[in-house]
Ligand binder design. Structure first.
Ligand code: CMC
Length: 378
């Protein structure tokens, strides 16, 4: 007999064991750790490359291991000519997340070893995806705007090289570090929707590209990573700080969701990533003389006052990207650029200790109806 207790949205359900990241509420404060290391320490001291290594291999690298990992990523940044051809052929109005999904699928079609799921092959594919996603995003943007491609520069780190390929000039150190920290903060987050999608695909023993395509499709929705793009669209609409409260009130009256607020896990506690991103956004706004942070602060105040909701990771990351001069529709792809380390680590964890993920549904439709042949139905 079926257990009829349903948790809509699987809220509070523990669906698997993991040793990749931990989210807990301790003494009224939220804690987020990757492989046992606190997110605040990682944001302060780590780099995206080191964090990706940590997520994939479970331990912080030695100096030598990190150097070797960074070199491998650099060697994997280039895209096969066919992928560049694909980027050229896709309509320029295609959303870059759709481009990313399609290009990852194409990479899968080109990998003759895609069905090898052993640890070594999986790690190799993970490195390749981590290295290539920034190139896919930057190249597509250059192509759609009619600019020459800026090829990866092996003298530059992961975040720095992405900004270089996107804009055609080496970013200053503060900008490069801001994106680096942002990628660290987005690198993993337990069983969020896109990671769960990746694990469901992995649980069927689908290949890694298929799993990442599932995750990419899931991340795009506005209740997940899509919120970051909606946040900047909202800030642009509000345009001046004094209009924020009125905007928020109108939205709430219409029972509409305000993007960048609320979280399934961080109900009444601040998301630790939001704290870091708010600091980053504040610093960048000052440096760039940008208005986005000031407007964002007014929105946050109003949403808290009238609905008691706190900002989530997508809220201030939108301000960070806007200050870095990143086009609005690249916000979600940059989330993917960070999260790919977590997705691949989770896919590998699922492969290693697999059981098919296949829950049940409570049927609430009609039962046992008599079939009437078409000719008698009129
Ligand atoms: N704006 C207005 N009201 C909200 C919002 C919001 N952003 N989020 C939650 N609420 C309300 C919701 O209507 C409900 O109110 P009431 O009890 O009066 O009906 C209450 O808060 C509880 O919400 P819920 O529907 O139980 O929350 P959930 O856990 O199902 O949803 C969420 C979580 C993130 C989908 C939701 O907060 C939301 O839609 N936020 C806006 C989209 C967003 O920013 N997403 C990014 C999430 S964080 C990182 C990521 O995954 O990318």
């Amino acid at each position: 007999k079926m257990n009829v207790e349903i948790k809509e949205g699987l809220e509070g359900i523990i669906a698997c064991k993991t040793s990749i990241s931990r989210v807990d509420i301790e003494d009224g404060k939220a804690v987020l750790e990757y492989r046992g290391y606190n997110i605040h320490d990682l944001a302060r001291y780590s780099t995206y490359e080191e964090t990706a290594y940590l997520l994939l291999f479970g331990e912080l690298p030695t100096k030598k291991e990190l150097k070797a990992f960074e070199e491998e990523l650099k060697d994997l940044r280039d895209l096969p000519a066919q992928i560049i051809g694909l980027l050229t052929h896709l309509p320029p109005f295609t959303h870059p997340m759709v481009v990313l999904r399609t290009a990852i699928s194409y990479l899968g079609s080109m990998d003759k070893e895609k069905h090898f799921m052993d640890y070594e092959h999986s790690i190799q594919k993970a490195k390749s995806l981590i290295a290539k996603i920034p190139t896919i995003i930057a190249y597509f943007h250059r192509i759609r705007t009619g600019q020459n491609l800026v090829h990866p520069n092996p003298d530059l780190g992961h975040a720095e090289n992405f900004l270089y390929m996107l804009k055609g000039e080496v970013p200053d150190r503060i900008e490069a570090r801001a994106l680096d920290v942002d990628l660290i903060l987005h690198a993993d987050h337990e069983l969020n929707a896109s990671t769960f999608a990746a694990r469901i695909a992995a649980s069927t023993l689908a290949d890694m590209y298929a799993c990442v395509v599932a995750a990419t499709g899931t991340l795009m929705g506005p209740l997940h990573g899509g919120a970051a793009q909606k946040v900047i669209e909202m800030l642009r609409e509000i345009a001046v700080p004094w209009r924020a409260e009125e905007y928020v009130l109108k939205k709430l009256e219409r029972k509409e969701r305000i993007m960048g607020f609320g979280h399934r896990i961080y109900r009444n506690v601040m998301d630790p990533r939001t704290i870091e991103l708010r600091n980053l956004a504040k610093k960048l706004a000052k440096m760039k003389d940008s208005k986005w942070f000031e407007i964002a602060e007014e929105v946050a105040k109003a949403v808290y006052k009238h609905k008691g909701l706190l900002p989530n990771v997508d809220f201030y990351s939108a301000c960070v990207y806007a200050c870095l001069g990143i086009p609005d529709d690249l916000f979600i792809p940059i989330f993917a650029m960070g999260r790919i380390a977590g997705w691949t680590a989770h896919i590998i964890e699922q492969y290693v200790n697999n059981r098919l993920i296949r829950p049940r549904a409570l049927y609430i439709g009609e039962k046992g109806k008599k079939y009437i042949p078409l000719r008698e139905r009129g």
